[in-house]
Design a protein. Structure first.
Length: 272
């Protein structure tokens, strides 16, 4: 699960990455984003041909290619830029993000580590820590400690607590995970991923009633958060409550039509 809205160098890149996180269906996302960015993509490709030495145009092209899922071409653009500016932290960080979007975790971790050696920004450190936490690597906690020592404020403290929670959850340390997610929420009441991860700690222990309470509360904190309803549906499904599960799956889809897991849930319970 993505841990936080990542810092991007350009407003265009931020738009592209937002589009990249909207749905769980990669094929639907690629089609939608491709249609949205098609005119801009053609324009940028033409500009690169006319101005091959323009770093700004090439970077914009890379972020658009990333947004439509053409990671291979996006990385080619980034490699071209980095070859001419090997110590540019921003380029190295963006390249790492593209690797992460492409699902190449190993390459992403290596790229983040490279960027950090140039400039240990809290964003790059936390991005690396998050990937390490998913792999149950205790180095994630060390990196979070480094960021906390920077005293960046409650927002970053919340990120650190969330990553710690992910590490403990993946490691099967349920009590520690719950404490960490609670600490995250204490620093940021609207940190929706923390509610979901906290609920999943109970869900993984088959404590579906407890998990459901967390997911329901999450939907009250943000009633437009599709995942909160999806996971309510999962809890109801596991408890054998087909009608409530159907309703919640439908609610999640009304908020995010590309939530393919909800469609699969409806099919699984014979409601679609």
């Amino acid at each position: 699960m993505k841990l936080f809205n990542r810092l991007m160098l350009l407003s265009l890149a931020a738009c592209a990455m937002a589009c990249n996180q909207q749905g769980n269906s990669k094929n639907d996302h690629k089609k939608t984003a491709g249609e949205q960015f098609s005119p801009l993509l053609k324009e940028l490709q033409q500009q690169v041909q006319l101005h091959p030495d323009s770093a700004g145009v090439r970077l914009r092209l890379a972020t658009v290619l990333d947004s439509i899922g053409d990671f291979k071409q996006a990385l080619r653009q980034m490699d071209s830029l980095i070859a001419k500016d090997t110590a540019n932290y921003g380029l190295l960080f963006t390249r790492a993000q593209i690797f992460e979007d492409a699902g190449d975790t190993t390459a992403a971790m290596q790229a983040y580590d490279h960027a950090i050696k140039i400039y240990p920004s809290p964003d790059a450190v936390l991005a690396l820590a998050n990937l390490l936490a998913e792999k149950k690597n205790p180095q994630a906690l060390q990196l979070c400690g480094q960021v906390q020592q920077m005293r960046m404020g409650r927002e970053y403290d919340a990120h650190c607590a969330f990553i710690a929670g992910v590490f403990y959850a993946r490691s099967g340390k349920h009590d520690e995970a719950l404490k960490a997610f609670d600490a995250c929420i204490a620093d940021n009441y609207t940190y929706m991923e923390a509610y979901i991860e906290k609920g999943l700690v109970y869900f993984d222990q088959k404590k579906y009633d407890e998990a459901l309470k967390i997911f329901v509360f999450a939907s009250k904190v943000n009633n437009l958060y599709a995942d909160a309803y999806y996971y309510q549906a999962r809890a109801f499904e596991m408890m054998g409550n087909k009608d409530s599960a159907t309703l919640r799956y439908q609610q999640s889809l009304s908020l995010d039509k590309n939530l393919s897991a909800a469609h699969e849930g409806l099919k699984r319970i014979g409601a679609e």
